[in-house]
Design a protein around this ligand. Sequence first.
Ligand SMILES: NC(=O)c1ccc[n+]([C@@H]2O[C@H](COP(=O)([O-])OP(=O)(O)OC[C@H]3O[C@@H](n4cnc5c(N)ncnc54)[C@H](O)[C@@H]3O)[C@@H](O)[C@H]2O)c1
Length: 335
Amino acid sequence: MRYIEDDLTNKTILITGGAGFIGSNLALYFQENHPAAKIVVLDSFRSGETLSNGNLKSFGHFKNLIGFRGEIISGDINDKDLLLDLEINYKFDYIFHEAAISDTTALEQDLMIKTNVNAYKDLLDLAVAHDANMIYASSAATYGNAESPQRVGREAPNNVYGFSKLSMDNLSRQYMETSDISIVGLRYFNVYGAGEYFKNSTASMILQFGHQLLSGKNPRLFENSDKILRDFIYVGDIIQANIKAMKPKESGIYNVGTGKARSFQDIVDILQKELGTSFECEYIPNPFIGSYQFHTEADITTTKEALGYEPAYEMEDGIKAYVGEIKRIYESEVK
Ligand SMILES: NC(=O)c1ccc[n+]([C@@H]2O[C@H](COP(=O)([O-])OP(=O)(O)OC[C@H]3O[C@@H](n4cnc5c(N)ncnc54)[C@H](O)[C@@H]3O)[C@@H](O)[C@H]2O)c1
């Protein structure tokens, strides 16, 4: 389904982080719905390199791009020579910037700021040089434990990841004042959907619970999981917001969630219904009390106004749309 009328003939689109979860969904979306556009994916892909928390430094995986026929560049957004090469040899009309250290538990502050903030500035300069629209991924992590519903302007990040995303937003505001390009920051809430499996343990709890149930295990939840609420958003709505952000009423920073908070217990209950299982839940003490978000819920008023964004997936719809893929991934990758 097309969200904008323009068929994007003769337009060149750069997607950084295009081998990751959201970036690959964007790449495949454009290929299917705007085949006249030229799509360039830039991603560092995964290597064996890990962070001190044991997680991979980058999660990009070729399997996310199977079926993609556009150009693919393996490279690091921190590589200034590469960015210069892009500036000289391409002319981008739109940049979708998804590349990042996306692991919210990463402890390397130096690498996080360098990759998420400093490289973003270089990409903003590239956008200005090409007169390209910039649409980039910010995050609900900018809010930390700020009260619900979360609103732009009331940030309180409590980890370096959230801080890095807020710094990207601050930088964007400067560029909105000093340049003529369109810049839209999208603060994604908790995203789930096809393409997230290769994020390993940082994939959504929807996928993780789905695979627990498929392997015949009792789902393990934190105590009081019916009261731990998040704004879980299906990747289809994230794509909608990104595409509509190509033609915003005005540059700005906008929340992208459903506007509704749902519980972790809801996830398991909906999955059990979809999978036809009735495993008993096991409840374990929550070790993160004190540093845990108990209620996130996006205020999406300005997103609707500026982008014409309208979430289309309640959690029931998102899980229904996703469950076939949860099973396919289980059969092909987990079993
Ligand atoms: N998934 C979510 O719930 C969520 C929520 C809020 C914000 N975000 C943000 O959305 C964006 C996409 O997230 P995702 O869930 O698809 O994560 P992801 O980890 O699957 O995608 C990020 C991609 O960036 C690539 N990458 C990392 N470092 C790079 C570098 N130095 N140079 C080039 N490529 C590099 C990785 O290989 C990966 O493919 C990220 O900016 C993330 O912070 C995601």
